[in-house]
Each structure stands twice: as C-alpha cells, then as structure tokens.
Design a binder for this molecule. Structure first.
Ligand code: URP
Ligand code: ZN
Ligand code: ZN
Length: 467
C-alpha cells in the first residue's frame, strides 16, 4: 500500500486549527508535522486552501431496516451518499425482531452490511422484545463490540418498550459498561391522540405533529432520566427536537447526572410548517419526534453551543415518496416515519452552523466526529487526527457553493429533504483508512472497503468523554 502525504491543509480538530502535513501508512496516520521524511513510494495530495477534518461519524442511521410496514433504503446507495458527503463511519441501529436473539440480530445486520458498505460501520442494538435470554445476552453483545443498546418508548404495538423493560436494561447495561440510548416519546399518549384525531377525520400529514406534541417528548425524556437515576446508569437521549426536552436534559446535567443527548439537522434547520405542504408533500417531512415550531431551532443551537447537547446525528431513515410515504395517503399513522439527509448534513451544518457563527469550526468537528466517536466507544481510532488513528480524513473546499437537489443526489430517494438549500463547501477528497473513496462529489471506492468497527464499552471510554 502506497504511503500518502496530505500537504499544506488547515487541520481542524475538536480543539485545534493549524497548517501542517499528515503522513499516512497502512491506513493509519503515522506522523503529523512540517518536514516529514518521505521515500519515493509516496502519493502527495495537495491540500493547500482546504480544511482537513477527521472523517465524520454519523452515530444515528437506519439502513435497510424493516419499519412501519416497509424497508428503508439500502446500505449500498446510502453509504455511497454518505461517503461523498464526508461521512466515513456510521453507527447503525440493528433492530431486533420479536423473539430474535440479540446476537442473531447483530449477525444479520453484519451480513447485510459486509460487502455492501462504502464506509466503516459500528452498530447499536435496538431491543424490541425483552426476554430472559435477551438479558443474558447483554454481556456477550458488549464483548462482541456492540456497546450501545437502544430502546423505543414510542411506536406502541410495534417496538415500544415499557418502563420496566427500560429500567431492567439500564440496570443490566450498567453491569457491563454499555450505554443505553432512548427514543423518548410517550407511546401510550401518542396512540390515544392519534385514534382521536383519525376519528375526527384528521388524516393529513400535519396531524402527525399534532399527535406528538413536545410535552409528550419532554415527559418521556424526564421519565427516562429518572429511571437512569434509579439505576445509577448513564443515559443517551437521541433526536432531541426542541426546548422542553432540552430543558429536562439541562436540568439533569446541572444536577450532575450523566445524561447525554443528540439532536439532528432536521430539527435545527426545518420546522413543522413543512408538514402542511400541499399534495401530500408534507409526508416527506414526517419523522418522530416531529419537526417543531421554528423558535426551537435557536434553542437547540444554544444547547449545542453550551454543551448540553453533545452530538449531532442524522437519523437517516430514508423512504421514497412515490410508494413508501404514500402508504399513509388516507391516514397519517401509516406514513413511514423517517427522513433522509446523510449526504449533505455536514455541508448544511458547516453553512448554517459555522458560517453563521452559531458554532465554531472546532465545535463542528466535536459534534459530528470526535464526540460521536467518544460516546459510541470508537475514540481515538475514529474521530481524531492523531498518530495511530485511522486515516479517515475529509479535505473540504470552503470556497465553492452548491444548491442541493434531488436530481443530483446519490441518496436513493425521489426527493431530498433539503431541496433548494444552498450550501457552502464541498468535500474534495474523502479518505477511508488512507484510501480515497470520494473525489469532488463522485464515489471512487468499492463496496468491499467498509469494515465493522468494534466499540469499546462506554465505561471504558468514559474517561475520555466529557460529561
Ligand atoms: O422518524 C424517525 N425518527 N424514524 C427512524 C426511527 C427512529 O425513531 O429513530
Ligand atoms: Zn427514534
Ligand atoms: Zn432513528
């Protein structure tokens, strides 16, 4: 394997910005500095004028996942889209089927991914059926390199878990250092409100949001935090959508509880008015929790800035409009929940976060690479530009702007959530373990390249994680 020298770029990490050179050998960063000794067997990439970021990590994706009566887009198309946009690792949710062993779920997910992924991946396991066997499996699951367990407090009748199950998982996870993640919405309340809305003839997409007001999310967030306190375990709340839930997290953290949380680009950049688009187009924006009133966006940016929210993940859960979203034409409850966004999330956050001054360039890297790596047990192999780390790098040209359109996307969907958004900057080179996998928006790798990355238990990584 040829060595690679990345020359003269502005290296941006979660803490530093400096101009230097990076030498890569056998997929790893071997040195960083001014006068690096190189032999003739070295390929030079000129990075002058480019920002050199650690490969971005999307800790929240749903690839090829059966959900709401259909299946999300494939590993092949969506990881290629991720790669061209600068994401070099995802952490995908392996969702347990009823009665299935967790180890089988993980094996099934690896089977789907291996040979079909453009980028590296790690896994969370989503528990949907808590049996004695599942409880016994938690230690071997963590030993197998899957150290984050997810529970849904919503989607009643499908995958919702009750408080007893959540407390049990928190207690069992704590014993082996696993981190529990929660989708926090009160599924009982949502189901009742939905039945009432439908009985009143309120079937359009906008009633999806009416049936899931933020108080229902905030209540579940508070409950999950309370159960974590009972278990004396850490907890990670996914896709925080607005102020009231954020307040619950802020309060717990200010009391010293190890509560961590993520928000997503859609909650920072879109609002619930999109659900009212005519001709059923609002269905494109149906996700859970739903998009909120616009004022929540500023609150979430503030939460990121001050550290109450530690990461951003896309919750990429992509369905097409023509067949899949249309399943709910006569009943919003049947619209598959989920949106796309993995291709352009970094450009969007760079443009609307960094360029507007809401977050610094270092904070941008912390939220989208370094912290996801730390919380998901992948640091410092991932999420860092340091000697010994995987040479996952994104060489970003901030001088170019593009307009996002579905026509030009690599995501396999007939719409783009951010249609018409103008973004600043494009990844010129994306490297995965020292190999160029994307160049100027085109994928140049092969689907054998992506590998499973084992996650360390959260307790082992906790020393590196800021609380
Ligand atoms: O609507 C969403 N978020 N779909 C994906 C599944 C989940 O709840 O994360
Ligand atoms: Zn969720
Ligand atoms: Zn999700």
């Amino acid at each position: 394997m040829t060595k690679i020298l990345i020359q003269g770029g502005l290296i941006v990490t979660a803490t530093d910005q400096y101009t230097s050179n990076i030498l890569i050998d056998k997929g790893k960063i071997v040195s960083i500095g001014e006068n690096l000794f190189t032999d003739s067997d070295v390929k030079i990439i000129n990075a002058e004028g480019l920002l050199v970021f650690p490969g971005f990590i999307d800790e929240h994706t749903h690839m090829a996942m059966p959900f709401n009566g259909t299946v999300t887009s494939s590993w092949e198309t969506e990881t290629i889209a991720a790669a061209v946009g600068g994401t070099t690792t995802i952490v995908d949710f392996a969702k347990q089927d009823k009665g299935e062993s967790l180890l089988d779920t993980i094996a099934l997910w690896k089977n789907k991914a291996n040979g079909n992924t453009a980028i590296d991946y790690s896994l969370h396991v989503a528990i949907t059926d808590l049996t004695e066997q599942v409880i016994r499996e938690i230690p071997p699951v963590v030993e197998s390199g899957v150290s984050t367990l997810k529970l849904f407090m919503a989607y009643k009748g499908e995958i919702m878990m009750d408080d007893e199950a959540l407390l049990t998982i928190l207690q069992e996870s704590k014993k082996v250092g696993a981190l529990v993640m929660v989708h926090a919405e009160n599924g009982d309340v949502i189901e009742l409100l939905q039945r009432q809305l439908i009985a009143d003839g309120k079937v359009e997409p906008k009633y999806h949001a009416t049936s899931r007001p933020i108080v229902v999310e905030a209540e579940a967030t508070r409950r999950a935090i309370a159960l974590a306190k009972v278990a004396e375990a850490p907890i990670f709340v996914v896709h925080v959508s607005g102020e009231e839930s954020l307040e619950e997290i802020r309060r717990a953290r200010s009391n010293g509880q190890p509560v961590f949380a993520e928000t997503c680009p859609q909650y920072l950049l879109l609002d619930e008015s999109y659900l009212e688009l005519p001709d059923f187009e609002g269905a494109k924006y149906v996700c859970s929790p739903p998009l909120r009133y616009k004022f929540n966006q500023e609150k979430l940016w503030q939460g990121l800035f001050e550290g109450s929210l530690q990461t951003i993940g896309t919750d990429h859960c992509s369905f097409n409009f023509r067949e899949q979203k249309r399943l709910g034409l006569d009943d919003f409850r049947k619209i598959p929940n989920g949106v796309n966004g993995i291709e352009n999330w970094l450009q969007l956050l760079y443009t609307f976060g960094v360029q507007t001054g809401k977050i610094s360039l270092n904070k941008f890297v912390e939220l989208t690479s370094t912290n996801p790596a730390k919380y998901m047990g992948l640091f410092p192999r991932k999420g860092a530009i340091a000697t010994g780390s995987d040479a996952d790098l994104v060489l970003y040209d901030p001088t170019v702007s593009i307009k996002i359109t579905a026509q030009n996307q690599k995501q396999n969907s007939d719409y783009h959530l951010y249609e018409g958004f103008e973004v600043q900057g494009i990844p010129r080179y994306v490297l995965l373990r020292g190999e160029v996998i994307a160049r100027d928006g085109e994928y140049v790798g092969n689907l054998e390249q992506g590998r499973f990355v084992s996650a360390k238990p959260f307790s082992a990584a906790y020393g590196t994680v800021q609380s």
